[in-house]
Structures are given as structure tokens and as C-alpha cells.
Design a protein around this ligand. Sequence first.
Ligand code: NDP
Length: 256
Amino acid sequence: MAENDWLQGRHALITGGGTGIGAAAATHLHAAGAKISLLGRRLEPLERTAALVDGKAIACDVTDRDAIARAFDEARAANGPISFLIVNAGIGDSAPFGRTSREAWDRIIATNLSAAFDCAQLGLPDLLAQEDSRMVFIASVAGLKGAAYAAPYAASKHGLIGLMRSLAVEFATSNMTVNAICPAFVDTPMVDDSAARISKVSKRSEDEARQSLAAMNRHGKLIHPDGVATMILSICLPQSRDVNGAALTIDGGTTA
Ligand code: NDP
């Protein structure tokens, strides 16, 4: 089947869909014909992206399971059962481990890992009922190797990859695949925030701080969000039916 026919009219739900990687994924999936639902806490960026993709913007804090359930119902009412669940919402922080608060740990694990559990579980009945459906987690290279000054983030992303692999195995004979994408530093608002934080503590300019983050990618460049979005779209194509349980890197050789 032609790839454009395949996504045509099928429902892609993206958490954290208003900005960065989520917004880029929305653009690519919409261009391939999918109907788009976007979840996030702030309505303004969601509505801005939704306007570009004729999508449904739904304010939802994914750390609240009941709110996810309500948001998924609203998304289904607008766009039908979910065929492509893109679990992308995430937050980061950085601090030496000794000064990392328990509050920061709880907040990051709740957003990056426990919310992924809730989204996966609440989206599962739809995905299992659809032909050739996809669950895609946006993890990180920090899910594959340790990250200094980011223990809660790296732990959450390692957990996310464990969740992904377990679901891929448990549902291997179903019509759904479960995969993760693991980018290195991507040029999104998350990196803007990191650069601002580094600039504050190091007295370097934000531009220098961004360059230092880019230098941590082995090829010395920030990853373009469109590259990550292209990988997400590619996983959703019928030709990717046999890609299951994969942690796909897009990192300029960082983990090579
Ligand atoms: P952004 O900050 O642009 O995107 C994160 C999105 O998540 C925002 O739209 C934010 O919207 C949403 N979000 C955060 N917390 C919640 C919450 N509690 N409930 C609902 N939505 C929430 O950065 P990216 O696009 O870079 O991040 C997307 C994913 O990619 C994250 O999981 C991140 O860990 C991962 N990633 C990013 C990398 C990078 O270098 N940028 C590298 C590797 C992985 P709002 O604030 O309105 O809720």
C-alpha cells in the first residue's frame, strides 16, 4: 500500500505536541495525511501548532492520569480511535547529584516515565483494535548511557526504554509495534532552556552555552527536529511493521 494512503485519515496523538520534536512530528504526520491531536499543559503553543496541521489542541498535564483519560476521550471524539501514539512530553533539569532534590527526581520521573506508563495503558485498547498501529516513545541517548548532572533524566529515559522493550515483547504478536527514538541534543526549546541555565551558572553567553551542548554531540551539531520527526513518520509507515522493540538513535554518532 502507498504510504500516503496508509496514514490518510488515521489518528496520531502526540503528547508535548505544541513545541519542538512534538510539533515537528505533527507537521510530518499531517503532511502524510494523518489526523492530529496535540496534548500539553500550555494551550497557546498547542493551538499555534494545531492551526498549522488542522489538529485538535487539548490542554492536559500528563502527570495526572485522570486528565490523560479525559484528553484521550476528547481526542477520540475529534479524530476517532488512536492509531499512532507518540509519547513525547518530557522535561529535563541539570544539577550535581549531591544537590539534586527529591522533588526534582519525583517531577522528572512523573513526567518522563510514569506518564508514559499511563499514556501507554490508556491508549492500548485503541492501538490493539487498529490495524498495524504504533506506539512510539521519545527517549534519549541518556536512556542508553549515563549522563553527568542529569541522573533523574537519564534514569527516567532508561526506564522508558525498559517499558518500551517490555511492551514490544508482550505485544509482539499483536498488530501494534512499540519502539523508542533516542536523540542526542536537538535544537528545541528544551536545549534553549538548558543553554539559559548553563549561561546563568557559568557566566558564558547563551550562544556559547548552546555551542557547548552542540559540541557534546559527536558531530558537533545540534540535531534538527525535522530529522527526529522523519524517524517518527518512518516508524508509522506500513513498511516498518517489523521494526519492534528498537531503541533507534539519531545522535550524529554520539553513542557509536
Ligand atoms: P520541548 O520542551 O519543546 O518539548 C517538551 C514538550 O513536553 C513541551 O511541549 C511541553 O509542553 C510538554 N510537557 C512537558 N511537561 C508536560 C506535562 N506535565 N504534561 C504535558 N505536556 C508536558 O522539548 P523537546 O521537543 O526537545 O522534547 C520532546 C521530547 O524529546 C522530550 O521527551 C525530551 O526528553 C526528548 N529529547 C529531547 C532532546 C533535546 O535535546 N531537545 C534530546 C533527547 C530527547 P508544556 O510545557 O506546555 O506542557
